[in-house]
Design a protein. Structure first.
Length: 89
């Protein structure tokens, strides 16, 4: 009785992992595609003020701009493996 239960549990876990790996990239692709369109064309009312290797670098630059009064808000958008700092136009 133990072996069939263990086999069923393992199969269920495998199916759950397969679904998670299949569904998750689709959601990421949608988010990346919309971010790519925003970065490529510049979201209406937003300009690209810099491009960074890491999200932390982008956030630090955005925070620095807020602190020195260059802009009141910003967004860091992942586009083609780089983080674009988007600021109001």
């Amino acid at each position: 009785m133990y072996r069939p239960t263990r086999t069923a549990a393992t199969a269920a876990a495998g199916i759950a992992m397969a679904l998670a790996l299949t569904v998750a990239p689709a959601a990421v692709t949608v988010a990346t595609a919309s971010a790519a369109a925003a970065s490529e064309n510049g979201a209406q009312g937003w300009d690209v003020s810099g491009s960074f290797d890491t999200q932390q670098e982008c956030v630090a630059a955005g925070d620095a701009g807020v602190a020195d009064g260059s802009w009141a808000q910003y967004r860091c958008v992942l586009f083609e493996a780089r983080w674009d700092l988007m600021t109001p136009a």
